[in-house]
Design a protein around this ligand. Structure first.
Ligand code: PHE
Ligand code: NA
Length: 686
């Protein structure tokens, strides 16, 4: 063991750094997004996953991290190599360096938006303009349902015969709605192709065949149509019912895929307060275009809208440079913190950022719960309806496997387990330091910041201002929309909002940076421990990696690239790595040895059932969830069919980058061990 290994300077510093690791954007953005999506049913699988998976895994990562630290290893390759004497175990450990690195790559970008928004919420107003209006769809069940029925419409169009007139009509619609896209798809050529066929004499079957040969074009034409359906045409409840009825009858398979609600779900509609619907049976109504300005701001900031398109006049940003600037600054700050000794960098950062963010969050939560929204008179919802929406258990909606997966995934992400990042921090503990109590304290702090603080800010506020359905509609536009689209606008309209806006975004930035340094730590430690590179040089290398691999995340339009990284590394990857940890620690290292590690130095008695949780319950629970997940979602996850053609290239590039990073780290692992086996171990320099 090298004597120059970093160490935590104080217990409080360690606790704050661990809490800083866990408390992040997951608490204040991801969690509210999921709650809005699933409503009152979500917290049930969420707490079950916390107890069965989250807390046991927290203890496991603390224990194996502290164990590895004794041998001078802070990352999974070295630790696995000690836990499981086998030539291959260190390569499994490569995941514990590659996954957090991949997450850091996109996490830093989102973190940089928080920095930018802190700045802009001080310097630029987002006031909405007179007369902007927007259709908001009030779906009986949820906004997803709107999309589902619309998707059904398009799938039916693909499956059912279509006439030439319909084809042409769709082409016309597309041409007027989106001429550039029309040009790209070049439907006229295909239409004339159709013309050369015996069009009039074609049986409907032949025509269907004809159109299915062009199914890509078809889908595009239809999805264009579907957008216009969603935004322009009001739909009545009767129409909804008819559509559902129709699909259940004609295409039960499709009904299953779309997860169409049963009758029960429709009865649930009546229980919702849709008195705000106007006229009552119309499910789509016109509303002031409340979030248009802030949505535009976000779109332009991220370059989601083409700056070159002459038809679109940029209002806030004409280039991507501001986003690039804030991103580079954010990455640089991270690397500066990481380049400093652990107690002077990460620990000091946590000592400042954690108390600040908790105070900010409490201020905001108190402000929210005492907020009387002027819009309540209009739609009837208060902040308390937002609270009820999250907290009122909906036992009737539990039979949704996807939600159980999402809940377990959120527990992993929010507690930072399954990445190797907690493991890395814990490796700086001493052999007999407590893991049990401090690990539990970390998890509790995170849960306080998530369900109490994270749950009391964005959702209740958005519900009070936009109504329940309005808030859901905004959330369905993207996982960050509640935070970056709804919140700035709310602050704009509330007394002292100019003060609360920056507080909200600074809170997000603080939460983000204490997590991104934790995410980057395994790569840092890997370079230092296994190659003997100095801390400063490692931080420099890290800067290069984060910028190099981050460029596509920043410059490619749309969120497809980022979403892919978030899925493969940030969701599926965590599951797989956590499962590997459980098996290596609980089974290969051995049950008795594991228990001895977990209980050594414990300042609270570790109940015996935790042993069974770690060895049996957690892995089985995870296998079941993973299995269901793969069965249910694999097709949609792996196919690129559901993406716009111009996005497909990005999807493959993102997947390739995941494979590349994992492969490169595995290569480095092999190299490090080859060097070590041929020479004495490198002296770790600080
Ligand atoms: N837990 C962090 C959050 O909630 C994210 C994170 C995941 C950090 C994994 C480190 C490791 O945002
Ligand atoms: Na968290």
């Amino acid at each position: 063991m090298s004597s120059s290994r970093g160490a935590w300077a104080s217990r409080i510093g360690l606790v704050l750094a661990m809490a800083g690791n866990a408390v992040g954007l997951g608490n204040f953005l991801r969690f509210p997004g999921l709650c809005t999506k699933y409503g009152g049913a979500f917290l049930i699988p969420y707490f079950i996953a916390l107890l069965l998976l989250g807390i046991p895994l927290m203890w496991v990562e603390w224990s194996i991290g502290r164990y590895g630290g004794q041998f001078g290893h802070s990352t999974a390759p070295g630790v696995f190599d000690k836990l499981w004497r086998n030539r291959f175990s260190k390569y499994l450990g490569a995941l514990g360096v590659a996954l957090p690195l991949l997450i850091t790559i996109y996490y830093c970008y989102i973190e940089s938006w928080c920095l930018a928004y802190t700045w802009y919420s001080v310097t630029r107003p987002f006031a909405p303009q007179e007369g902007d209006t927007q259709k908001i769809l009030y779906s009986p069940v949820s906004p997803q349902f709107v999309t589902e029925v619309a998707a059904w419409k398009s799938s039916r169009a693909l499956a059912l015969p279509i006439t030439r007139t319909e084809w042409e009509q769709k082409g016309q619609n597309l041409k007027s709605a989106n001429p550039r896209r029309f040009e790209k798809l070049n439907p006229p050529a295909i239409f004339s192709n159709l013309d050369t066929n015996r069009d009039d004499s074609l049986t409907t079957d032949e025509l269907t065949l004809q159109s299915s040969n062009n199914s890509n074009l078809m889908r595009d034409l239809i999805s264009q149509d579907r957008e216009s359906q969603l935004t322009k045409e009001p739909i009545t409840q009767a129409e909804w019912l008819a559509a559902t009825e129709d699909i259940l009858q004609h295409n039960p398979e499709m009904a299953r895929l779309l997860k169409l609600p049963s009758d029960a779900a429709f009865t649930a509609i009546d229980l919702n307060k849709n008195s705000a619907l106007d006229p009552p049976e119309r499910l789509a109504i016109e509303k002031p275009l409340a979030n248009a300005r802030t949505q535009l701001f976000l779109d332009e900031y991220l370059g989601s809208r083409s700056y070159e398109d002459p038809a679109i006049e940029a209002t806030y940003f004409r280039t991507l440079w501001p986003a690039v600037f804030f991103w580079i600054v954010t990455v640089a700050i991270n690397c500066l913190v990481l380049g400093t000794d652990i107690n002077a960098g990460i620990e000091r950062l946590a000592k400042i950022a954690m108390p600040a963010l908790i105070i900010f969050a409490i201020i905001l939560a108190v402000r929210v719960l005492t907020f009387q929204s002027p819009s309540t008179a209009e739609h009837g919802y208060t902040v308390w309806d937002g609270m009820n929406f999250i907290w009122e258990p909906r036992f009737d909606q539990l039979a949704n496997p996807e939600m159980w997966l999402a809940a377990a995934g959120q527990i992993f992400f929010t507690l930072s387990v399954g990445t190797g990042s907690i493991l890395c921090y814990a490796s700086y503990l001493k052999r007999n330091d407590d893991c049990a109590l401090t690990g539990l304290a970390t998890a509790s702090t995170n849960e306080f910041c998530e369900v109490v603080l994270g749950g009391s800010i964005a959702i209740p506020m958005a519900v009070a201002v936009f109504g329940l359905f309005g808030a859901q509609a905004i959330a369905s536009g993207g996982s960050f929309n509640i935070g970056f689209v709804a919140m700035p606008l709310i602050f704009e309209q509330m007394p002292l909002g100019r003060l609360f806006g920056p507080i909200w975004f600074a809170l997000l930035f603080f939460a983000g940076i204490t997590s991104s340094v934790a995410l980057a730590s395994p790569m840092m430690a890997f370079l230092q421990d296994e190659f003997g590179i100095s801390r400063k040089s490692a931080a420099g290398i890290l800067f290069g990696i984060l910028i190099g691999f981050g460029i596509p995340v920043v410059v490619f339009p749309g969120s497809a690239y980022l979403d892919q990284l978030d899925f493969w590394a940030g969701t599926l990857g965590l599951f797989i790595f956590a499962l590997i940890e459980l098996i290596i620690f609980g089974w290969i290292f051995g049950g008795k040895e594991m228990w001895a590690e977990m209980t050594r130095g414990a300042q609270i008695p570790m109940p015996r059932f935790v042993y069974y949780l770690v060895r049996y319950v957690a892995p089985i629970y995870m296998f079941v969830i993973l299995g269901l997940w793969i069965l249910q979602e694999w097709q949609t996850l792996t196919s690129v069919e559901s993406f716009l053609p111009e996005q497909r290239g990005y999807i493959w590039m993102a997947r390739a980058s995941v494979v590349t990073v994992i492969g490169l780290v595995a290569l480095l692992v092999g190299l490090a061990w080859a060097i070590k086996n041929s020479s004495p171990p490198p002296e770790r320099r600080e």
